[in-house]
Design a protein around this ligand. Structure first.
Ligand code: PAF
Length: 280
């Protein structure tokens, strides 16, 4: 496994792969890797001749500067995990490499970005689109792997790929959970013991809501989820919405969509966690 920090060196290596007709798979990350990332990497390794993983804490997608400062950075441990998972190249550039000058591009994803994360984290998806498009241009993969925990991000990336005519297959990968159900996230390491214990109520409530679905209208179920999670003094729901999984627009009745997803963002102490479940 080779660790590379410049686009030029990355492309020199990848050009050799391309000349040898090797397929390239790509997993973009911000590091602080956990089993959820490793599952993406393993799938990428299994489905491609070359696996590139980027590690870059992208400043332009953080609307909260404190969140950016506190984002865990664990490059050495990450590289060890990636080596074991069979990664070929780790691309870990400094900020100046990705942003030699400020990126002033403004993306417009229409209604997709007007809800949930897009509404509560202004500019977040613009920053995600900036960095992912730069990384796609640098790596030029055939396939790119994204986790379904960031459900809205996945929809935005698909839309960006379509609009920018990238010939890249976007592969969604299921949420990986801790044994008690908490969705794996790099931010979980910032929870103290009490917060970590209480955080399980998020997934527990989402799973429970699936059982209640056939008995309660959408609006009532939304209220129930918010009230149940907010009962914990450590937790504060920022939003919970039930949306169509393609358009991401909120539904008001179960008949409105055949692909229904409940998406939640919750502050656990200072740490903001997201999760989602699909309703059948
Ligand atoms: O999901 C993430 O970790 C980030 O948003 C991504 C896709 C690596 C872009 O910085």
């Amino acid at each position: 496994m080779k660790i590379i920090s410049t686009i030029r060196e990355l492309q020199e290596n990848l050009n050799t792969c391309k000349k040898e007709n090797k397929t390239i798979g790509f997993v973009p990350t911000m590091g602080a890797l956990h089993q959820g990332h490793i599952e993406l990497v393993k799938r990428c390794v299994a489905e491609n001749d070359t696996c590139v993983v980027s590690i870059f804490v992208n400043p332009t997608q953080f609307n909260d500067k404190n969140d950016l400062l506190k984002y865990p950075r664990t490059l050495d441990a990450d590289c060890e995990l990636l080596k074991q998972a069979g990664c070929t190249y780790v691309f870990a550039p400094p900020a100046e490499e990705m942003y030699p000058e400020p990126d002033t591009r403004q993306f417009d994803f229409g209604l997709l970005e007007k809800v949930m994360e897009g509404a509560f984290r202004p500019g977040h998806f613009n920053g995600v689109a900036q960095i992912v498009s730069k990384l796609f241009d640098a790596v030029k993969p055939g396939k790119a792997y994204f986790g379904e925990k960031d459900f809205q991000q996945l929809a935005i990336i698909r839309e960006m790929t379509r609009r920018m005519n990238y010939r890249i297959e976007i592969i969604p990968c299921p949420i990986v959970r801790e044994s008690d159900g908490l969705a794996m996230s790099s931010r979980n390491t910032r929870l103290n013991n009490k917060e970590r214990q209480e955080a399980v109520l998020i997934s527990k409530t989402l799973f429970e809501s699936r059982k209640l679905k056939d008995r309660i209208p959408v609006e009532k179920l939304k209220e129930w989820v918010i009230e149940t999670i907010n009962k914990s003094p450590e937790l504060k729901v920022e939003y919970f919405d039930i949306v169509d999984g393609n358009t991401l627009q909120p539904i008001s009745s179960w008949e409105d969509s055949s692909f229904k997803v409940g998406c939640v963002a919750v502050f656990c102490g200072e740490v903001r966690l997201i999760d989602n479940v699909q309703y059948d």
